[in-house]
Design a protein around this ligand. Structure first.
Ligand SMILES: NC(=O)c1ccc[n+]([C@@H]2O[C@H](COP(=O)([O-])OP(=O)(O)OC[C@H]3O[C@@H](n4cnc5c(N)ncnc54)[C@H](OP(=O)(O)O)[C@@H]3O)[C@@H](O)[C@H]2O)c1
Length: 301
């Protein structure tokens, strides 16, 4: 890949190099570009597949495709959008590259580095901090997949890290329509457990619903189509009325015999039964349930 001096800030906003070209990177690069930020480089791994993805993203935002060895690093901000396990290694490679360029009197301009892991702390970027950058973790509480482009309006971004870096991150998030909040370092793992329940494990629950529908003789596709109206209404009620007032069904009525029938029929679908029991227990803990003792006994075995 040819080294080439890339775009300069047109607006006084930080210029951004994105590391990675996966789900978050693809969304973020376009969102930043739309909000008036110049994307200078997309940093890919040195494999044909990675470079192909990076080229396609770079073309969308007018950036250069580079690797950790060919990057010019003339952006003020490096934003790592790589899997959690890759963040430290990628930061280390780019810190080494910055040091090599400094020795060759080609000084980079990197002043800030962010990663977007929900679970890991900003200290994963320690190699860049040692190279003089202020670092932060900046995690959007939103799901990004290939075929969807969610709005960032009102989306919370959890921040943790150096003051100078979180200050810049707050400004960028505001300009993309999101809302920042500070997360104490000690709370990050718990925060991400919660975040994982909000979307990935909610989807795991929806797949379990499809599995239970098979016991009633429905195909997965049919179950999905038939269950979406009630799922949508439940979410609308939860949003407008809160959980307690949205709670209907045999548990709120205390119909233990009905629940016993469910448990019996789901014996042939042990995965779905396990989830049913876990959620019914959660209902006993957190929702207005009648005949609590009878249901508790039933759910004990
Ligand atoms: N997706 C979401 O909904 C979401 C939401 C919030 C936060 N995040 C965070 O965003 C980060 C990325 O997640 P993702 O879902 O976007 O993952 P992803 O779709 O798997 O994309 C990861 C990207 O990183 C690239 N990559 C891996 N190692 C690299 C390296 N050493 N140097 C340069 N590029 C490298 C991969 O390219 P190759 O494998 O082709 O080389 C791929 O383009 C994670 O920290 C995640 O927690 C994701």
């Amino acid at each position: 890949m040819a080294e080439k001096t890339t775009g300069k800030p047109a607006t006084g906003k930080p210029t951004v190099a994105i590391v990675g070209a996966g789900s978050l990177a693809t969304f973020l690069a376009v969102a930043l570009n739309d909000a008036g930020f110049t994307i200078t480089e997309i940093v890919a791994r040195d494999s044909p597949r990675s470079r192909r993805h990076a080229r396609s993203l770079a073309a969308k935002v007018g950036a250069q495709t580079v690797t950790a060895h060919s990057a010019v690093l003339d952006a003020t901000l490096l934003w790592f959008c790589v899997p959690d396990r890759e963040i430290r290694g990628a930061a280390s490679a780019l810190a080494d590259h910055l040091a090599a360029r400094a020795l060759a009197h080609k000084k980079g301009k990197v002043r800030f580095a962010f990663h977007s892991s929900g679970a890991l702390l900003s200290r994963e970027l320690e190699p860049l901090r040692k190279a003089g950058a202020a670092v932060a973790s900046v995690h959007p509480l939103m799901t990004f997949v290939a075929e969807a482009r969610p709005s960032l309006t009102g989306v919370p971004f959890a921040m943790e890290g150096d003051d100078a870096a979180t200050r810049v991150a707050r400004r960028i998030v505001r300009e993309m329509g999101g809302e920042s909040f500070s997360l104490p370092a000690a709370r990050k793992a718990a925060y991400h457990a919660w975040a994982t329940l909000t979307s990935p494990l909610l989807l795991a629950f929806l797949v379990t619903i499809e599995e239970a529908a098979r016991a009633a003789g429905l195909t997965r596709q049919d179950a999905r189509r038939k269950s979406l109206p009630i799922i949508r209404q439940t979410l609308a009620n939860y949003s407008r009325l809160g959980p307690a007032q949205s709670f209907s069904g045999p548990l709120v009525r205390g119909d233990a015999e009905t629940v016993a029938r469910h448990l019996a029929v789901l014996k042939k679908h042990p995965g779905a039964r396990e989830v049913y029991v876990a959620l019914a227990r959660a209902a006993l803990r957190g929702l207005p349930v009648k005949n609590r003792d009878g249901l508790k006994r039933l759910l004990r075995d």
